[in-house]
Design a protein around this ligand. Structure first.
Ligand code: C2O
Ligand code: CU
Length: 461
């Protein structure tokens, strides 16, 4: 950690000094990056697609010294990529093969409250739930994970998380890398500590202000590399960690071009030298490798250690140039009449985390509103003596940021998002509408904070 006095928020970890766990490079040998399989539909018709997703336990070999007990979807660690298309109706059979309750939460999906997988709808061990929803949102990289009462953080830590790729006409027509595993790579970035028996010991690693691990895993691979065979590479980053923030950079300090955030493409590529992602946030970046000779490598780094090594092979020109524009989007506007306004203040730490002075109560509905009602929410992270950043996430919608501390958001936060990171003292204004009805959660996506009660619920009727 830093050598500060513990009262400042540490941007790299989102944690105070007392609770920081330094990232260290694993001693495991380098290995080609694992790619999650693309889930095969059980059935597909013109407008409908059917999938089965099973949460189960198993063991995974991450490194020498013994297998690790893990959880996964349709496998033993993490899950497959589920591909869905705008306009399609998706049917998912959710199967719980665990020995405890779980739920399937479709993080970032515009979805009916009943299908959203919040903690009100636990699926008991051995049971199944069928959901359907119509895809009504732009192309994006979303994800899914469990959300059962009291067990979310542990189940995610043990491996339950997967990606959803939403496609639409924009993603189809854009001239960007889109060949899965060739020039378009998912990177699910997580931190984990292996104990002396190679296990993930959630109890031991647990911290009430966010559980941190010391090694980086990407798609479950330690010290991963990618053989790069194209001039441009697209990296779809998900911060799938319980609590750690990452600031990603390229090792030669060259720019990356961010093309998408949580819930959509940006209006145009954003050239950036570094990119911070809080838990649950996603970003897609294009890396132009043309300045790197064959045989050399470029690393994506975070916290001073490599996340993934890009090894340059002979490369083809997969795309000619960076696109000038991506998604046509009007500037986000609050609207002037008939707006539902809310102010949410995040405060406290550890077991005392609160929203508007209250801890989560499943029997209390914090906010009532109407479907398709324009919303303007001001979310604040109260400045206190000891303070942390809080990634604020809202279920069932994609919002736009109107302002951050009274200023326009930077280009890479002007698209659709579902998680916004608030530093101590930050005040962020969001606008959105619920397109579907139901009961939804909103919470800090530091999963230990979520579990400690930094969460509320909204009923949309
Ligand atoms: Cu990523 Cu309430 O969830
Ligand atoms: Cu928090």
């Amino acid at each position: 950690g830093n050598s500060g006095n513990g009262m400042m928020d540490n941007d790299e970890s989102g944690h105070m000094t007392e609770h920081s766990v330094d990232l260290v490079k694993s001693t495991a040998p380098e290995k080609e990056l694992a790619l999650p399989p693309i889930l095969k539909p059980d059935k597909q018709t013109k407008n409908d697609v059917y999938y089965t997703v099973t949460a189960k336990s198993g063991t995974t070999d991450f490194k020498d010294g013994g297998s690790t007990e893990t959880l996964g979807y349709n496998g033993t660690y993490l899950g497959p990529v589920i591909k869905i298309r705008r306009g399609q109706t998706v049917h998912i059979k959710e199967v719980n093969d665990l020995n405890e309750n779980t739920t399937f939460h479709w993080h970032g999906a515009i979805i009916d409250g009943k299908a959203d997988g919040g903690l009100h709808d636990p699926i008991k061990p051995g049971k199944t739930k069928n959901i359907s929803f119509k895809v009504q949102q732009p192309a994006a990289t979303l994800w899914f994970h469990p959300h059962p009462s009291g067990q979310t953080a542990k189940q995610v830590y043990k491996g339950l998380a997967g990606l959803i790729y939403v496609s639409d006409n924009t993603s189809k027509n854009l001239k960007i890398p889109k060949n899965y595993g060739v020039d378009d790579f998912p990177l699910v970035v997580q931190d984990r500590t292996f104990d002396s028996k190679n296990q993930f010991n959630y109890k031991k690693d647990y911290n009430s202000d966010g559980t941190l691990g010391e090694n980086i895993l990407v798609n479950g691979t330690l010290n991963p590399y990618i053989n790069v065979t194209t001039k441009f590479v697209r990296l779809r980053l998900l911060n799938g960690s319980n609590a750690r923030n990452y600031t990603f950079k390229l090792s030669n300090n060259q720019k990356m071009y961010q093309i998408a955030g949580d819930g959509s493409f940006l209006s145009k590529p954003d050239p950036i030298k570094k990119l911070t992602l809080a838990p649950a946030q996603r970003a897609e970046v294009l890396v132009d490798t043309s300045s790197i000779p064959d045989g050399e490598s470029l690393e994506l780094v975070a916290g001073g250690i490599p996340v993934v090594t890009l090894k340059m092979q002979t490369r083809t020109d997969n795309i000619k140039r960076m696109p000038k524009s991506l998604l046509k989007m009007a500037t986000a506007k609050a609207g002037t009449h008939d707006v539902d306004k809310q102010t949410l203040t995040l405060s406290g730490m550890s077991k005392m985390v609160e929203i508007n002075g209250k801890q989560f109560n499943p029997d209390r509905i914090d906010i009532h509103t109407k479907v398709r009602q324009q919303q303007v929410w001001t979310v604040k992270n109260k400045k206190q003596m000891m303070n942390m950043s809080h990634p604020f996430h809202l279920h069932g919608v994609q919002f736009r940021i109107l302002s951050i501390n009274g200023h326009k958001p930077p280009l890479n936060e002007t698209g659709y998002m579902d998680t916004v990171n608030l530093k101590p003292g930050d005040s962020v204004k969001l606008t959105f509408k619920f397109e579907e009805k139901g009961l939804y959660m909103y919470h800090c996506h530091n999963l230990e904070h979520e579990q400690n009660g930094m969460m509320g619920q909204i009923m949309v009727e």
